[in-house]
Design a binder for this molecule. Structure first.
Ligand SMILES: [Zn+2]
Length: 338
């Protein structure tokens, strides 16, 4: 099958490798309907995070089940399924509490930028749609696999409530879908922090009411000015740098919550400032599995259209261009068709 292998900084290749096999009786093999490049893949692509050996890449997926192991009970060949980047049993105490990305049996799912992939703990990890969906829903269902689920978690972790003012730090796919999530959860004022015109436009389509293009102290000053000097009720931090965390802490009102889902890279936060800000903090790798059934339902009932974040679509073999376009910020998010 064709698969995507990352060799090192800016060296990503489409290669023919062996088809994946059932390795454990709880595995499933799925044939990808679509896959995509994640903003977090760029940390490795840029060499900020090391890739010590050639590694099959990709962790966002949806597709048709080809084969299941002997202990898989609920997932069946022929079903259309969506899963998340952490495989989870969905039965342990952490899963029961809604933190499937901390499942005691969790396993990173890798190798999704391919024709076929192996998904561990299939019964716990995968969610099947009621029937094989119309092709028009595929981009949105794929978005649910990671970026929508992660943006949604940011909004839930930030305790977004109807009528609130929400600030979103970061205009990547997760930030943009954080805007959509905050709108769905009833926020009435949503301030998207973005300097890029095409992203500002999409943020507005997803429900942003205000745009702040300034960053750093100026960005914080703008949020304060727009909220009568108080700050936003909730802040979604969707980047993972010191600057973005600082922006989030500076923008929150006392007693407000920050949902932080940007994978931290060298974040150095002034904890004294956090202490005196009365900032509530909840974040981490999103338990996407918790939200998948509801998100799938919203998509298939045409309530949300998160697939709009894909502004570049390529055949799987052109994956290198897909990475380059995102790296150079020519594309927000690349969808790949195997
Ligand atoms: Zn679990």
């Amino acid at each position: 099958m064709r698969a995507t292998i990352l060799y090192g900084p800016t060296d990503v290749r489409s290669e023919t490798i062996d088809d994946p096999q059932i390795e454990r009786p709880t595995d499933a093999i799925i044939r990808l309907s679509a896959t995509c490049v994640c903003g977090s893949d760029l940390w490795n692509y840029r060499g900020i995070q090391d890739t010590p050996q050639p590694t099959p890449f990709g962790h966002e997926y949806c597709g048709i089940v080809e084969e299941v192991g002997s202990e898989v009970r609920n997932i069946k060949p022929g079903q259309f399924v969506i899963g998340s980047f952490f495989a989870s049993d969905n039965t342990c105490p952490n899963c029961e509490a809604g933190y499937q990305s901390s499942c005691v049996h969790r396993e990173l799912v890798r190798g999704a930028q391919a024709e076929l992939m192996r998904v561990p703990l299939a019964d716990g990890t995968l969610v099947a749609t009621p029937e094989v969906p119309d092709a028009k829903y595929i981009p949105s269902l794929l978005a649910a696999s990671d970026v929508l689920g992660t943006g949604w978690f940011a909004a839930v972790a930030a305790n977004v409530q109807p009528g609130q003012t929400v600030a979103v730090v970061g205009d990547g796919a997760v930030g943009l879908l954080g805007v959509l999530s905050a709108a769905q959860l009833g926020a009435t004022r949503i301030i998207a922090m973005s300097r890029h015109e095409s992203r500002q436009k999409l943020a507005q389509e997803f429900g942003a009411t205000d745009i702040v293009a300034e960053r750093g102290d100026d960005g914080v000053a703008s949020i304060k000015e727009m909220t009568g000097g108080i700050g936003a009720d909730a802040v979604l931090e969707c980047v993972g740098t010191s600057d973005s965390m600082q922006q989030a802490i500076g923008s929150i009102r006392p007693g407000g919550f920050i949902g932080y889902v940007g994978v931290p890279h060298g974040v150095n936060v002034d904890f004294q400032q956090t202490f005196f800000a009365h900032a509530g903090l909840l974040g981490g790798p999103a338990p996407v599995r918790r939200f998948l059934p509801d998100l799938i339902d919203l998509i298939l009932h045409d309530k949300i259209d998160p697939g709009k974040v894909f502004d570049l679509e390529l055949p799987l073999d052109q994956v290198a261009e897909g990475y380059a376009a995102m790296d150079e910020r020519r594309a927000i998010k690349t969808l790949l068709r195997p």
